[in-house]
Design a protein around this ligand. Structure first.
Ligand SMILES: [Mg+2]
Length: 232
């Protein structure tokens, strides 16, 4: 994708963890453990499961499979398990702190000021995702979100985000995803959406570049320069 194309997009879907911000304090992590205990009487930790680029339901499923439970057991209690996770993060939101990634406040403010539609597209559950966005003081810039509550696969989350952007802007609207993991790149490619990869999560620029994103940058400050230049 030539640079001008992503700059000209009508809407941007931002991943949360590692892209907009990095959350810490354990509220989300501990919510998995509380839910696994309450719904399935599991005392295990989620450590060892692929978390970066995964979805909350995907993480739950991987842990339960590892612990010998069946998909049917998860499905039977899925709704109450997800609700309990969200309740726990809400309850412990004071412990959830966010470090916003470099140049993100300036980038989303600039895109928003230019009239772009901004959404989040994340493997987080909706209530948890918005709590993180609020912790990063970014809520005012985002009009909508696509989350994992109803979509376990990342590519379906992205498709849902694009559909919502087109519902708001019209069928001809162009949408671009911004994410920090190989999973974001491959999911966007599977969904046919242009993707910008940014190395502010755990993956290095070279690792992301191997998956052939349309644009690959070390940090969003590189995008900010280009976006700001358009205005002048
Ligand atoms: Mg991420």
């Amino acid at each position: 994708m030539p640079e001008i194309k992503w700059i000209d997009a009508d809407a941007y879907l931002f991943d949360i963890d590692g892209t907009l911000l990095n959350a810490f304090g354990g509220a989300h992590y501990n919510a998995f453990h509380s839910a696994l205990k309450k719904s399935f009487n599991l005392d295990c930790k989620i450590d060892g499961v692929q978390m970066h680029g995964n979805t909350d339901i995907g993480i739950l499923r991987a842990v339960m499979t590892r612990e010998g439970l069946t998909n049917g057991e998860l499905e039977a209690k899925l709704d109450e398990t997800l609700e309990h996770m969200c309740d726990q993060v809400e309850l412990n939101r004071a412990q959830l702190h966010a470090t916003v990634c470099p140049a993100i406040p300036e980038l989303v403010r600039e895109l928003h000021a230019q009239g772009k539609l901004l959404g989040v597209a994340t493997g987080n559950l909706e209530r948890i995702g918005w709590i993180k966005i609020e912790a990063g003081n970014l809520r005012e810039y985002f009009s909508f979100g696509a989350f994992s509550d109803k979509h376990e696969k990342r590519e379906d989350i992205f498709r849902n985000g694009v559909a919502e952007a087109k519902r708001r802007l019209g069928e001809s609207a162009t949408v671009c995803v911004i994410g920090d993991t190989p999973a974001d790149i491959t999911a966007a490619q599977a969904a046919g959406i242009p993707v910008i990869a940014v190395a502010t999560g755990i993956y290095k620029l070279e690792q992301l570049a191997e998956h052939n994103p349309d644009v690959c940058v070390a940090a969003c400050s590189e995008l900010l320069h280009l976006v700001s230049a358009v205005k002048r």
